[in-house]
Design a binder for this molecule. Structure first.
Ligand code: TEU
Length: 552
């Protein structure tokens, strides 16, 4: 990655819920075009769009049936080309979501594969005469019986998402051809869906858990990514990010170290499991703040030392809203949303902003299971009830954890459908849409939105954001996360208070040694001291200070 890429910020768009240009229940590509001026004003450099390829939409487009076609629900290839050029005119690149751990079972390759064991496409997928004990990430066995051939095919996700067989060189060539097609069109980068799951251990052994030990960061995954780099990325200036499921720090250094020629950076998820007691997602639970700091600090220092690069994120289309999760979506919504933003954007790596996060959108709190659309949520609900969990407890878990928390329509203004569409959207709106929306946020200089805009600008202005090393100053404090980023010439001090009660910050010994000139860059509270000092912190306070070497 060059210097400019290292200071870049990415904005994630879930087109289905972003904006409907045509005034329909689901968003479309022209809806994204309509909002480009807003995104350029915010200052982001890349737009990652989740999949809009042709798809039966069993998993909202992560089940692709044609990698070369735009799903008619989202528009046409001409719409996409318009989006690319209009974004480019505004200095923004478009990143595509590449979903090649699996394809839809409606894909022509799979339909061919069903023709029989001799069909040349049979070996594009993974077939076995007997299933093993591997489990789908969406619940149930990872194997589906196909009665005509009498074999089972592997699906780590929904049964309509059949895993591709990367051992087959023909699969790899077909994937690289497809990626080159989009690169030639002028996309600026790729986000690679669950890319660390593509290499399965060929023994297909029984696992003492759900199978993950035999396909996570599997035996040939680095080889495959290096091949992808040679075949697709080399000679092009592309920003690439891999989504890494249940991965390790060492593997992520491998995936993202520039000299290994794999990817620019990685998403990992350990920090978003701090509200999964004993690893269990589907229960309502408090988050473990100390653990959150520990994990994020470990990835900060580990990736820095190893020469890897983190993708930084609190939210995406699979996660609850961070203000509801680690902040306070009531009285302190604005303060806590800003505090969380500053905490993340002060770290080393590339920050990703998920649509709506920049205005502090909260979980919708749907009361009824019928209001949820997501396949994973629906499966989880059935599973919980079958295990004897009460409806009330099941719904409490779903309200907190469902992926649909992040999928309600983007809130643009206070009109009936929040400016998303002129008809009822495919999923309900957040309850706060009349108050929490882009139009209101633009008008209010104290809004969460203006805070995000300032954070993006600061990253571009001061090299310490991209380059500084990281030290956590408060690993055991129950309320405070303060950290220091340092280069030869600059220091950055981020102080974040994670509680709804007042708190306190005391500078650690040595921090204020002479020779440095401090300034306040950004705060979410009035009357912040101009330089770090012993201070009282209001609820969810957050302050960013910077120092440079004072002239002798
Ligand atoms: O997600 C991968 C994934 O395993 C998780 O984020 C998953 O959704 C979560 O752990 C469930 O609790 C990616 C996409 O982001 C997601 O939307 C797709 O459903 C999934 O891959 C399959 O393509």
């Amino acid at each position: 990655m060059n210097k400019k890429m290292k200071s870049a910020v990415v904005y994630q768009i879930y087109p289905k819920s972003f904006c409907s240009h045509r005034g329909q229940a689901t968003g479309d590509l022209l809806g994204v075009v309509d909002k480009l001026d807003y995104l350029a004003w915010l200052g982001v450099d890349y737009l990652w769009l989740t999949p809009f390829y042709r798809s039966p939409q069993n998993d909202n487009g992560y089940d692709v049936s044609d990698y070369y076609a735009i799903d008619p629900a989202y528009g046409t290839m001409a719409d996409f080309e318009l989006l690319l050029s209009r974004a480019r005119e505004r200095g923004m690149g478009v990143m595509l979501d590449i979903v090649v751990n699996h394809s839809s079972t409606a894909h022509a390759w799979f339909r061919q594969a069903l023709q029989g064991r001799d069909n040349p496409y049979r070996d594009f997928y993974i077939w076995r005469d007997q299933p093993n004990n591997w489990q789908s990430k969406f619940g149930g066995s990872a194997w589906e019986y196909e009665p005509v051939s009498g074999q089972y095919y592997l699906h780590l996700f929904d049964k309509t998402q059949a895993d591709l067989n990367w051992e087959n060189p023909g699969v790899r060539q077909a994937v690289f051809d497809m990626m080159r097609f989009w690169a030639e069109k002028g996309v600026a980068g790729f986000r690679l869906d669950v890319i660390n799951l593509i290499s399965k251990d060929p023994a297909f052994s029984e696992d003492d858990s759900d199978g993950r030990h035999f396909y996570t960061d599997g035996p040939r995954v680095h080889e495959y990514l290096q091949q992808m780099h040679r075949e697709v990325f080399e000679g092009r200036e592309l920003m690439t990010v891999g989504e890494m499921s249940s991965t390790s720090l060492d593997h992520c250094i491998g995936y993202s170290h520039p000299e290994r020629h794999e990817l620019s950076m990685t998403f990992s998820f350990h920090h978003l499991k701090v509200d999964y007691p004993q690893g269990q997602k589907w229960c309502a639970a408090e988050f473990d703040f100390i653990e959150l700091k520990r994990i994020m600090s470990e990835w900060q220092t580990g990736m820095h030392a190893g020469g890897g690069w983190n993708a930084l994120f609190w939210c995406n289309h699979d996660q609850p809203r961070v203000v509801s999760r680690f902040g306070h979506d009531g009285q302190f919504r604005t303060e806590s949303a800003k505090m969380l933003a500053s905490t993340l954007h002060g770290l080393q790596g590339t920050p990703y902003i998920y649509q709506g996060e920049e205005i502090g959108m909260a979980n919708p709190g749907f009361a009824d299971i019928a209001e949820y659309r997501d396949v994973e949520t629906q499966n989880a609900y059935r599973q919980l009830l079958s295990e004897g969990v009460s409806r009330q407890d099941a719904m409490a878990a779903i309200r907190q954890k469902s992926r649909d928390n992040g999928r309600t329509p983007m809130q643009w203004d206070r009109s009936a459908y929040a400016g998303f569409s002129s008809v009822a959207p495919w999923i309900g709106l957040g309850q706060d849409a009349a108050r929490v929306n882009v139009a209101a946020a633009l008008d209010d200089p104290q809004s969460v939105l203006h805070h995000y805009r300032q954070l993006i600008a600061l990253r571009k202005r001061y090299p310490v954001f991209a380059d500084g090393d990281y030290r956590c100053l408060t690993p055991r404090d129950n309320a405070l996360w303060a950290y220091l980023r340092t280069t030869e010439d600059e220091r950055l001090l981020v102080i974040s208070h994670f509680r709804a009660e007042p708190g306190h910050f005391t500078p650690p010994p040595g921090l204020l040694e002479p020779g440095w000139r401090w300034q306040l860059l950004l705060a979410n509270c009035p009357d912040a001291a101009p330089a770090p000092t012993d201070m009282r912190l209001p609820p969810f306070a957050s302050l960013i200070y910077r120092a440079e070497r004072a002239p002798d």
